[in-house]
Design a protein around this ligand. Structure first.
Ligand code: NAP
Length: 309
């Protein structure tokens, strides 16, 4: 059931974390790596997390699992460059943060001899590149798989093997429809990042408060937005281009709710404000109870305040 040779295309935070996690899991699998960037390939060579290949074809030939870990906007081009080298029966998957656009683009070009099952590990940090990865990234985090409606009997077997792979990396696996995934992630990840990008940009543009004051007093809450806003610009540009409809839908709801808060502040409606804040606090408790964050004060940051979490 398990995979013997795993090819990872794109050796950044997620790709290199998968390579490290495969090594740490004790899985008896050979890992082959390819990245479009010569600098990343050179760096990956020194990390000893897999065999670095000069081409994508070299990485995927004979691989029974191929994982695309490039930005979402590069997935179709990356796949087009390797489909001819895919082995018979290979499972092709990805880790992209949006699913409908990736599924529509890749399902069309996956050859009939392979099994394409899109995926998304809900795990990450604001860092990028091969040095940012770590083996425990997926532990106790969800990985969502969005399989196709594929009647081939071996497709279900491929799905079971891919689920078992993520479980072996410490993840919990959920199967979901691609559109549903995009809507859920729009509210839990994409719009929160958009708000962070926006509030940081607004602060930077403010003429009445100086940048040094913003930085100096950032512990008041602003710095927590700066962590999200430090995320990779290419990755996030692609997420918003690929998940336009769901993001706009959630953004519409968000704007209405923000207007309600604005009204409550304008009219001094303390009860309305208290009610909304009380509900929000309850959600935070649920996140902690579900093991998706630490209950430690200040999110477990070092008391020295070095900003790491
Ligand atoms: P990353 O650290 O920037 O790594 C992506 C790597 O892919 C880069 O080294 C990039 O090289 C390379 N690449 C670009 N086009 C390529 C191609 N055609 N062929 C081979 N390599 C190519 O990004 P990441 O954070 O690991 O994200 C990778 C994917 O995981 C994205 O689809 C993202 O949506 C998803 N994801 C990210 C997170 C997160 O928190 N970061 C969480 C879950 C899922 P260049 O830099 O030279 O372009």
């Amino acid at each position: 059931m398990s995979f013997a040779r795993i090819a990872i295309i794109g050796v950044g935070l997620i790709g290199s974390s998968i390579a490290r996690a495969v090594g740490a899991s004790g899985m008896n699998a050979e890992v082959r790596l390819y990245d479009a960037s010569p600098d990343v390939r050179a760096r990956a060579q020194t990390l000893n997390i897999g065999l670095v290949c000069a081409t994508a074809e070299e990485a995927v030939c004979d691989a029974d699992l191929v994982i695309l870990a490039t930005p979402v906007g590069a997935m179709a081009a990356a796949t087009a460059g390797l489909v001819d080298a895919l082995a018979d029966g290979a499972v092709l998957t990805d880790v992209g943060s949006t699913k409908r656009a990736v599924v529509d683009a890749l399902a069309k070009i996956t050859p009939a001899r392979a099994y394409f099952i899109a995926g998304h590990p809900i795990a990450g940090t604001e860092q990028s590149g091969p040095d940012a990865g770590f083996a425990s990234l997926f532990e106790n985090r969800w990985t969502i798989l969005t399989p196709q409606d594929d009647a081939r009997p071996r497709y279900q077997e491929a799905l079971s093997r891919l689920s078992a792979f993520w479980t072996a990396l410490g993840a919990r696996v959920e199967i979901m429809d691609a559109d549903r995934h995009d809507l859920v992630l729009a509210i839990t990840s994409h719009v929160p990042h958009l708000i962070a990008f926006n509030i940081v940009a607004t602060a930077e543009d403010l003429e009445t408060v100086t940048e040094s004051e913003i930085v100096k007093y950032s512990a008041g809450g602003f710095r927590d937005f700066t962590r999200l806003a430090a995320s990779d610009p290419v990755m996030w540009r692609d997420v918003f281009l690929a998940n336009k409809d769901a993001v706009l839908e959630i953004l519409g709801r968000f704007t209405e709710d923000l207007a309600a808060l604005q009204r409550a502040i304008r009219w001094g409606d303390g009860d309305a404000l208290h009610g909304i804040f009380e509900r929000a606090r309850r959600v935070r408790r649920e996140v902690i109870e579900a093991g998706q964050d630490t209950p430690a004060p200040n999110w477990g940051r070092d008391q020295g305040g070095d900003g790491k979490s």
